[in-house]
Design a protein. Structure first.
Length: 90
């Protein structure tokens, strides 16, 4: 029979009464990219965001068919991925 782990609602704490001494229930998140790589990803996300805004501005200024704005979703998505990877240190 497997021992039960006490879970305290809304607290984020897990208590295992059968844990060894020095063994923690919570895990520590270690960044798997270097600070330089995080800076590069953040810079890419910001540059991609402003490039996409410039393209969007040009499409609106030249009164291009609104369906041509749809591919900009992928450019905004790329900028968001770069930003969130840098922020979450993944």
């Amino acid at each position: 029979m497997k021992p039960t782990i006490l879970r305290l609602p809304f607290s984020g704490l897990y208590i295992d009464p059968f844990s060894q001494d020095g063994e923690e229930g919570d895990e520590i998140c270690v960044a798997n990219i270097s600070p330089r790589e995080r800076q590069l990803r953040l810079r890419f996300g910001i540059n991609q965001f402003f490039l996409t805004l410039a393209v969007l501005g040009a499409l609106v200024a030249f009164d291009v068919d609104p369906l041509w704005r749809l591919p900009l979703l992928f450019m905004f998505w790329a900028s968001a991925v770069g930003y969130f990877q840098a922020r979450d240190k993944t």
